[in-house]
Structure formats: structure tokens, C-alpha cells
Design a protein around this ligand. Structure first.
Ligand SMILES: CC(C)(COP(=O)(O)OP(=O)(O)OC[C@H]1O[C@@H](n2cnc3c(N)ncnc32)[C@H](O)[C@@H]1OP(=O)(O)O)[C@@H](O)C(=O)NCCC(=O)NCCS
Length: 413
């Protein structure tokens, strides 16, 4: 029987939900999460943003083309599809089902006027073929607490809060961070409730298992939050060798970040801990006396971007330096294909289709990679990801596209 790609009806959410859990290797969750998915993702469901592949009556592929907004360089918040919950049932893989769902998802986004689509890939090789390019990274750290110290005294206070207080205060912190961080997406209010264990799959709150602390600056304004659990280690009559686990640190600025790290590294019984989802901008390390004790453990690629509407995407962002470039974009799916004259700077940009000869030629995935400001065009050209047709054009692209502060997607979706 032919595979059919369809928008999921409200009544089909239970089967869709089971297919997600099956595809993500959690068969034990089947039959248990449909009702929550219906409730939590009601807007996307109602808007037809859940796409499924059906083999007869059975869901064998899932594709959440969730409507969101993403901040781009310069601070504009651009409508986007934050693609999520992409699975194909194990019995049906490698027969083109993801390719068909992706085609439907990109079409839906383009029709909705979304200039780009974003996702976080489970594996590097999956999405380049669909026009997505690697756009942001994050760093993970191991902190050895005994040797950590501040480089100089830092202001502000840290105090524990309840989960309801957290949900009251932290969204504003995140929203300020999001507004000036390219690569950051919106978090719905309910996201914060799930993040603090107030809303759970089985309806039983788990917030009492968490330590939740808020950092406030000298004027009392919340600038960051720290969420963690504590795990006992082996005491063995020596030192209590415990650790903080599931550490989740949100900080508006470097001072908030380091004050919250300090709060944890100064705690008795915590000998070391790991943190994930830290930005590539690591200037906060200068606030530590010896930042080598916050050791970078791993670098992870996070956001990938796919440009659908070149003029809309390129005019939404600003550019670090003034410049003019004629860019030829190749896109077998058609959305971004064309030659465009981009003229831009810190104040904004204009983009027009043109018949001029190209200064740079790139596949659409490279445009997605350059878009958020993480990569230098010169570096990507050196590994064959784009070509310079006019001498000097790469240097102009570096000055325009690459941002002084690297983009950061603080939200896994
Ligand atoms: C990743 C996944 C969705 C791919 O679905 P699929 O229906 O098998 O993909 P398709 O058949 O449409 O594959 C299209 C192409 O991508 C390639 N591809 C697909 N998944 C790949 C992977 N994980 N690694 C490398 N290449 C992959 C295929 O080989 C195929 O290449 P070809 O056109 O050269 O033959 C599916 O394997 C899956 O559910 N994996 C587990 C969950 C997961 O990782 N989801 C993604 C979350 S971001």
C-alpha cells in the first residue's frame, strides 16, 4: 500500500503520539502520552502543523512542523517552523518517508510565509540534503568545585524559589535573553511549567525533587536561574563526594552565569558537576580566577537552518559591516534558487533578485549556515561549502554575515 502524507487530525493524536514514542525507542510510553500531547500542543495540532505518514490506517512517520519565532542577528523575531518529533517507524525506514514528510513540512512553512525553518538534528548527516545548514553550537562543561573561585567580587544575590515563583520570574529573564540572542526561540509559558516539573506526563508534579535558585542583580531584578538535583557520592570517611545533576543554568549575562556557577561550586558536598547548553561566547570565564577548573568537555552542534525565502530572510537580519554582494543560491527544491543582490549593514538591508554575475555561489544549506552569524564565509569556502566568483567577495561576506557574539539556541526542541 502506498504511504500517504497527511496533516494529523485532532482525533489522530493518540496514534501519532504512540508513533513518536516508538520511533524514539520508548515503546513503554505508548498509550500514555497522547492526552498530554493533545493538551500541550493544542495550537499546533489545531493549526495542522503535525504531519504524519500513514501506511493504511497506521502512523509510520511523524513530523512536528511547530510554529515558533526565532531571533536573528539585529534582534528581529522571525516566524519559523521549529521542526521537532521527527520519526519514522523502524520497519519503514530508508524508503523515503522522511523525505516526503519534509517536502510537506517545507511546503507548509513556505505557504505560511515563514522565511526559514529550523531544527536540532539527532545526527549530523540527516538534514543537509534537505537544505539545512549547521548554524549554532553549544559547549558543555565539567566544573571541579574545590579549585573554583571568582576573579573579583561580583554583585547580586542568589536565593531558592519555589517552582511557581520560578515560573513567575524566569520567563521575563528568558525573553530578554531571547530578544538579543540570534538563534533563540520562543518558550511558551507552559514550557516553563514542564521544565520545573509542575506539568508532567503522568500529571504528578515532580518540582519537589528540584533545587531552583534565582540570581538577582543589585537592583533586585532576576537575571538568571539555576535548576538542579543533588546526588550523593561515596563518603567513605573522607569527603562527601556528591554532585549536582541535571544542571540547567539560564543567564542573561556573564555576571549572572558566574554567580550561579559560584553558588553551586561553593556548596559543601558538591565536588564536581556538569553543565550543558552554554553559549560559544565564553567571555564569562574571565570572571573566574582560574577558569580551567570549568573545563570545556564537549562541543555540540545544535541549531540547523533552512532558508525558504531568501529576500525575506536576508532583509530580516542586520549585518555587522556595510557591504554589497551578489549571491547565487542553488536549491534543488526550488524555494531559495536564484541570484540575489544584497546590500546591507548594521541598520538593515535590501535584497533584490538580479541578473548580475554572482560574487559568491552557494547551496542553500550554506546560506543557512552563514545566516545566524556563526561561521565565516572564508572558512566555509576553504572546505568547499561555497565558491568565490569575484575576488574579495569572501572578505565582504565575512564582514557582513559573521557576528561578533556567536548565536546561541538555549532551548532544545
Ligand atoms: C532519521 C529518520 C527520521 C530518517 O527517516 P527515513 O524515512 O529513513 O529517511 P529517508 O528514507 O527519507 O532518507 C532520505 C535520505 O537520508 C538518508 N538518511 C536518513 N536518515 C539518515 C541517518 N540517520 N544518517 C544518515 N543518512 C540518513 C537516507 O539514507 C536517504 O539517503 P538517499 O536519498 O541517499 O538514499 C529515521 O531513521 C528515524 O526515525 N530515526 C530515529 C529517530 C531520529 O533520529 N529522528 C530524527 C530526529 S532529529
Amino acid at each position: 500500500m502506498a504511504i500517504e502524507i497527511k496533516v494529523v487530525a485532532e482525533s489522530g493524536i493518540e496514534d501519532y503520539s504512540d508513533a513518536i514514542d516508538m520511533g524514539f525507542y520508548h515503546p513503554q510510553n505508548r498509550g500514555k502520552r497522547g492526552a498530554r500531547r493533545r493538551e500541550w500542543f493544542a495550537e499546533d495540532l489545531a493549526a495542522g502543523r503535525f504531519i504524519a505518514a500513514y501506511d493504511g490506517g497506521r502512523v509510520v512517520g511523524t513530523f512536528g512542523n511547530a510554529a515558533n519565532r526565532v531571533t536573528v542577528p539585529g534582534g528581529a523575531s522571525v516566524p519559523t517552523a521549529a521542526v521537532t518529533a521527527v520519526t519514522v517507524t523502524q520497519t519503514h525506514r530508508r524508503r523515503g518517508i522522511l523525505s516526503s514528510m519534509m517536502a510537506a513540512g517545507l511546503r507548509q512553512s513556505a505557504d505560511a510565509g515563514e522565511p526559514l525553518s529550523i531544527l536540532i538534528p539527532a545526527e549530523w548527516p540527516i538534514y543537509g540534503r534537505f537544505g539545512f545548514g549547521h548554524a549554532t553550537d553549544e559547549t558543555r562543561y565539567v566544573v571541579e568545585t574545590a579549585r573554583c573561585a571568582l576573579a573579583r567580587p561580583l554583585p547580586g544575590t542568589v536565593e531558592f524559589v519555589t517552582a511557581p515563583q520560578w515560573v513567575e520570574e524566569i520567563p521575563a529573564v528568558y525573553d530578554r535573553l531571547r530578544a538579543r540572542t540570534p538563534g533563540a526561540i520562543e518558550r511558551r509559558h507552559q514550557w516553563h511549567e514542564r521544565n520545573t516539573g509542575l506539568l508532567t506526563w503522568d500529571g504528578k508534579p515532580t518540582d519537589s525533587e528540584l533545587f531552583l535558585a534565582v540570581y538577582r542583580d543589585e537592583s533586585g531584578i532576576a537575571r538568571g536561574g539555576l535548576k538542579y538535583k543533588f546526588k550523593d557520592g561515596l563518603w567513605d570517611g573522607f569527603v562527601p563526594d556528591g554532585t549536582a545533576t541535571e544542571v540547567d543554568l539560564l543567564a542573561e549575562d556573564a555576571v549572572a552565569r558566574v554567580r550561579l556557577l559560584q553558588f553551586l561550586w561553593e556548596q559543601d558536598w558538591v565536588s564536581s558537576f556538569e553543565v550543558e547548553t552554554f553559549p560559544m561566547d565564553d567571555s564569562w570565564r574571565h570572571l573566574m580566577a582560574n577558569p580551567r577548573y570549568a573545563r570545556a568537555k564537549q562541543r555540540v552542534d545544535v541549531l540547523w537552518a533552512r532558508v525558504l525565502d531568501v529576500p525575506a530572510a536576508l532583509t530580516a537580519r542586520t549585518y555587522e559591516g556595510e557591504g554589497r554582494l551578489v549571491v547565487a543560491v542553488t536549491d534543488p527544491a526550488g524555494y531559495a534558487e536564484g541570484v540575489y543582490a544584497l546590500e546591507g549593514g548594521p541598520g538593515g538591508a535590501t535584497v533584490k533578485r538580479t541578473t548580475e554575475a554572482a560574487d559568491l555561489t552557494m547551496p542553500v544549506r550554506t546560506l543557512g549556515a552563514l545566516y545566524f552569524g556563526h561561521h565565516a564565509a572564508t572558512a566555509l569556502a576553504a572546505v568547499g561549502e561555497l565558491t568565490e566568483d569575484k575576488p574579495g567577495a569572501l572578505a565582504v561576506a565575512d564582514r557582513m554575515f559573521k557576528t561578533a557574539i556567536p548565536p546561541f539556541c538555549a532551548t532544545w526542541f
